[in-house]
Design a protein around this ligand. Structure first.
Ligand SMILES: [Zn+2]
Length: 260
């Protein structure tokens, strides 16, 4: 039985019992875990209104005999208030929280993923291009979790992938150069040279920089499709936040009058 402290991002927040909340947290040192925030839904509680989803706090947590730890104190550090002002930003922030929740193992420190998530939320809060930030952080999550294809070399001939379109096999995580894919019977997802280069750059660059290499138009569409296909392959169930994002996309296409 002991108290411990950590800096945490709230990935999920659910009302629990009369005045409590059940939260899924991603701690800098503690990794992902669930805990009860006692009395957090009571107006006069000192933690009232805290630990809501997509915020960063410092928390003191009690680990007792129960399988669920209890948060005894929390101080809000960052709230990212501008994310909720824009549906697309909010959608991508929810996707990243979902991805962290799905891909991170329980109670295993994942410091680089923590930096990626907080930096991405910062970038979304600053109004950076949401799909670029979301995709860049999302592909980095997949890579850190060990679920990313090798985007640099061809899975058949082993040569550096410098030409497009390449073919991606989500099942095996192999990517094939244009010459090799011609000899292969199956038709896999295509990835254009531009998208491939963006991915190669994103994954080689510092995880917490989101100000460069935006993807727009067809590249954003292609990378988004690829990202969610990879994610579905790894998590085996679709993310709820994906539907939210897909609905926003439909709405924005409708308002532009395009046919998508
Ligand atoms: Zn090849």
């Amino acid at each position: 039985m002991a108290l411990y402290h950590d800096q945490v991002v709230t990935l999920k927040y659910r009302a629990f019992r009369d005045h409590d909340a059940l939260v899924t947290l991603f701690g800098w040192r503690t990794g992902k875990f669930s805990a009860v925030a006692r009395g957090v839904r009571r107006a006069k509680n000192k933690m009232a209104g805290q630990l809501s989803a997509l915020t960063v706090s410092t928390a003191t947590i009690y680990h007792g005999r129960s399988s669920l730890d209890t948060i005894t104190e929390s101080d809000l550090q960052k709230g990212f208030p501008k994310i909720a002002e824009n549906l697309e930003r909010l959608g991508w922030a929810m996707v990243l929280a979902d991805v962290a929740d799905q891909l991170l193992p329980e109670r295993e420190p994942a410091e680089e993923s923590f930096v990626v998530l907080v930096s991405a939320l910062d970038a979304l809060n600053q109004g950076r291009h949401a799909p670029s930030v979301g995709l860049r952080a999302g592909f980095r999550f997949l890579a850190l979790a060990g679920f990313s294809p090798e985007w640099d070399v061809c899975g058949a001939c082993g040569k550096p992938l410098k030409q497009g379109p390449a073919a991606v096999d989500v099942e095996t995580g192999l990517v094939y150069c244009p010459a090799c894919r011609r000899g292969l019977a199956r038709q896999w997802d295509e990835i254009s040279l531009g998208s491939l280069r963006s991915l190669q750059y994103w994954l080689s660059d510092f995880p917490n920089r989101f100000e460069q290499a935006d993807v727009r138009g067809n590249m954003a569409v292609e990378l988004k499709r690829l990202f969610f296909r990879h994610l579905l392959h790894e998590t085996a169930r679709p993310l709820k936040s994906y539907d939210f994002l897909a609905n926003i996309d439909r709405l924005s296409r409708g308002s532009e009058g395009g046919d998508g």
